[in-house]
Design a binder for this molecule. Structure first.
Ligand SMILES: Cc1ncc(C[n+]2csc(CCOP(=O)(O)OP(=O)(O)O)c2C)c(N)n1
Length: 377
């Protein structure tokens, strides 16, 4: 185990002080420390892991220094394209330290969406010829320091990426100091509960990765409803609205709601242009905007700095609305429900999630089968 501040200092001594990435729950204490102590423009939370890697390429080209890119291993999929077609030794040959949280490590209990990536990750790195080392909570700080130095030297010598794989609980706890968030009366679970009162028995919901899907699952359970009308996008962060589009276009007798998050929308924002252009009349897209990646620790997104509703409007959605409180939300949801055309609703919320929030008990495969039978009706 190692204190985030000690690790940060080690990297500084190695000449590394630039960080970019997408937050991960397993790396959250390190991410918090980096957020609190990085100098201006030395820490950038990116839209997705491929963008983070690309920012790091630019940083290296401008400074000749070695950047850090941090991510959850599920983000490897987003990052492989610029990794292999730009940063690779055979192309631009860019040194960098990837710090990857190892979800789904074989033998360690984790959620179904992490199983396959956790299982194949080391083989993926091997086949991409990325040198890597694993650190865990059983490693002493000196050992972690030695492993990290070894990797950084290798990266500098080869002028190419290396990866530090981090197991659960490797970093000690660190509490984020600088939380500067706008406050709104609603939190996501309360907003979901309000909206669910208006969702009909024939309506379908596609919910985004993290707490949104878990809260929807809990809502169904607590209200004695089954899970046959929901697709929980447990992995594939940022893709819920496209799954919703695919379903909505081919299930015209149903209203299809997408419950999205701001971090998720930002991760693959181009999807808004597809939805706006297709104007699927039975697709109702709702984003819960807390300006943060709450599910993995609450690290900020940029979503409180711009107006997502206006972006959706410019992308072509027919009706775009926003709600800041319960009264506005109730009014907006009635409008959306009755509207015949593509709709987008931004619900401004604060962070706040129950500590005892459960996780889906049924498997993704069971849920998919239930939903497919329902969609046939
Ligand atoms: C590709 C990928 N990168 C990172 C993660 C880790 N992750 C899971 S949920 C989440 C935050 C989602 O943020 P947002 O959509 O704003 O929803 P919130 O958690 O705030 O409800 C992140 C970063 C992931 N699952 N997949």
């Amino acid at each position: 185990m190692i204190k985030p501040q000690l690790f940060f200092q080690y990297l500084k001594k190695e000449g590394i002080d630039f960080y970019t990435g997408v937050p991960d729950s397993l790396l959250k204490h390190l991410c918090f420390y980096i957020s609190d102590y990085s100098k201006e423009n030395k820490h950038i939370i990116a839209a997705n892991e491929g963008s983070a890697l690309s920012i790091s390429i630019g940083y290296h080209v401008a400074t000749n220094n070695v950047p850090v890119v941090y991510l959850q291993n599920s983000g490897l999929g987003n990052l492989i394209n610029p990794l292999l077609s730009l940063a690779d030794k055979d192309v631009y040959s860019i040194p960098m330290l990837l710090i990857i949280g190892w979800r789904g490590k074989p033998g360690v209990k984790d959620e179904p969406q992490h199983k396959k990536t956790g299982h194949v990750m080391l083989d993926m790195l091997k086949s991409m010829k990325i040198p890597y080392k694993v650190i865990s909570k059983s490693n002493k700080p000196e050992k972690i320091k030695a492993i990290t130095s070894y990797l950084i030297n290798k990266s500098k010598k080869n002028n190419s990426p290396v990866a530090l794989i981090v197991e659960r609980d490797t970093f000690e706890k660190y509490k984020l100091k600088n939380i500067n968030k706008k406050k709104y009366p609603l939190v996501r679970e309360k907003a979901i509960n309000i909206i669910m009162n208006y969702i009909g028995l024939k309506d379908v919901i596609i919910s985004t990765t993290g707490f949104t899907s878990r809260e929807l699952y809990e809502y169904r359970k607590n209200n004695n409803q089954d899970h046959s009308r929901d697709f929980l996008t447990v992995g594939g962060m940022g893709h819920a609205s496209q799954i919703a589009l695919g379903i909505a276009l081919h299930s015209k007798n149903k209203s299809v709601y997408c419950f999205d998050g701001d971090g998720s929308i930002i991760m693959h924002m181009g999807s808004l242009s597809t939805n706006g252009n297709i104007k699927c009349a039975n697709l109702k897209h709702i984003v819960f905007n807390n300006g943060s990646h709450e599910s993995v620790g609450g690290q900020p997104t940029t979503a409180h700095e711009f107006n997502i509703k206006n972006i959706a409007k410019n992308m072509g959605y027919d009706l775009t609305l926003s709600a800041n409180n319960e009264k506005q939300l109730k009014k907006a949801i009635v409008e959306i429900k009755e509207y015949k055309g593509s709709c987008f609703l931004e619900v401004m919320i604060s962070n706040g999630t129950r500590a005892d929030l459960g996780r889906p008990k049924s498997s993704p495969l069971e849920n998919k089968k239930l939903l497919m039978s329902f969609l046939k009706k």
